[in-house]
Design a protein around this ligand. Structure first.
Ligand SMILES: Nc1ncnc2c1ncn2[C@@H]1O[C@H](COP(=O)(O)OP(=O)(O)O)[C@@H](O)[C@H]1O
Ligand SMILES: [Mg+2]
Length: 384
């Protein structure tokens, strides 16, 4: 038989030993790990009562800190000290039981390191803070990555702004020479038309075509680079009214292809009415252009609320877009067909994307080739 004494299995002594072992493990974990434990009194100068041995990673011994020879505040980076003191004060008086923050400490050898700090506030019966304890962890590596990321973002924003400025200036400056080409072609036709042969007329026709296409490209590029430029009016916009105005504008185009263009009740949003009109006109225009032969084009615009966003959609029963092209079409100059089949510059959907992003939304599409497409975009709900 297996006779067990009370001390052997799960008696009080065994439990005590288990607890000691656990404590030992915890101590070892902290002694060798990167987490430095601290305890300090809520008094002038933050006198340190206790600090774990691994504070040596900062180049100081625990005794140097607890004796006051090296005050904790003297380790904190001078640029962070006021902020750290303020945070401690703020959370303490707000009655928080713990809080966290990030700041730099300067090691004995002068190296700056970033630390993440979680501090618990110990209070007396009246709620006065008497002591703080907590831990700090070196997060310098993460901070370096974040800083590099931040630098990259700024660089990207700067080069984007430059590129947009370039597109704006270039398209603007291209208009004048283009106007010259067009007017001299006209003059040539008018003054020498009777003495030119059929070939010459054809060549002039090609040149005029080219100039017209170039004008369209410049117009679209200008429209693209104008989106989101400062000084735009931000107002309360009824999408119902925007839709009706767009439709009135497109009457001829709609009648030409015998299309049915309908809408559900649409929301009122905050935005730029001119841009939102462009957005709808581009999407409806595409729905009409990329229609299927022999089918009455049906275009429907609707909106549905989802949490803090409206999901608006423009659906058609046109030729559709294959899944592998569904992201590409939103990029500038990306077209899926030759100019001879469908005219266009490939800027329309890039304009739509920029407008939607400028309004704080996103745009995407769903489609079944040969059946139709549905372009969806979100717009934030008004007032938050
Ligand atoms: N409703 C649609 N149905 C099918 N294809 C479409 C539709 N809208 C856009 N596309 C495709 O996406 C491409 C990019 O559209 P867009 O940027 O408006 O340029 P564009 O109309 O000038 O060609 C189009 O060339 C076309 O291939
Ligand atoms: Mg288009």
């Amino acid at each position: 038989m297996n006779r067990t004494t009370p001390d052997d299995g799960d008696g009080p002594d065994a439990r005590l030993r288990e607890r000691e072992l656990a404590l030992e493990r915890e101590r070892a974990l902290f002694a060798e790990g990167p987490v430095i434990l601290f305890q300090w009194r809520a008094a002038e100068g933050w006198p340190v009562d206790y600090v774990s041995d691994n504070v040596r990673q900062l180049g100081y011994t625990p005794a140097q800190l607890t004796s006051g020879e090296v005050p904790f505040a003297s380790l904190v980076h001078p640029q962070d000290l006021a902020r750290v003191a303020e945070e401690v004060q703020r959370h303490t008086s707000a009655g928080r039981s713990y809080f966290d923050q990030e700041y730099r400490l300067i090691r004995a050898d002068g190296e700056e390191r970033w630390y993440y700090d979680v501090t618990h506030v110990l209070r007396d019966e009246e709620g006065r803070a008497i002591r703080y304890h907590g831990y700090i962890l070196d997060i310098t590596g993460r901070h370096l990555v974040e800083e590099a990321l931040e630098d990259n973002m700024q660089e990207l924003a700067r080069s984007n702004a430059e590129l947009e400025q370039f597109a704006y200036v270039a398209s603007h400056d291209l208009q004048e020479p283009l106007r010259m080409v067009t007017s001299y072609l006209n003059l040539l036709q008018k003054r020498y038309g009777s003495s030119l042969d059929a070939d010459a007329h054809e060549f002039i026709g090609f040149a005029v075509d080219g100039a017209v296409r170039m004008q369209k490209l410049i117009d679209d590029l200008l429209a693209y680079s104008r989106i989101g430029r400062k000084g735009m009016a931000w107002e309360c916009v009824s999408l119902d009214e925007v839709f009706d105005a767009a439709l009135a504008d497109m009457q001829l185009q709609i009648a030409d292809c015998g299309a049915e263009v309908t809408r559900d009740p649409l929301p009122v949003v905050d935005g730029d009415p001119h841009e939102l009109r462009q957005l709808l006109e581009n999407l409806i225009g595409n729905a009409l252009k990329y229609r299927r032969e022999g089918v009455v084009p049906c275009v429907h615009v609707s909106a549905e609320r989802e949490a803090r966003h409206w999901i608006c959609s423009v659906s058609d029963n046109g030729i559709g877009i294959e899944a592998r092209h569904q992201e590409r079409v939103f990029e500038i100059f990306q077209r899926l067909h030759g100019r001879d089949r469908y005219p266009g510059t490939g800027i329309g959907l890039a304009i739509c994307k920029k407008i939607v992003q400028h309004h704080g939304g996103r745009i995407w599409l769903e489609s079944t080739p040969g059946e139709g497409s549905r372009f969806l975009f979100t717009l934030p709900v008004r007032n938050g």
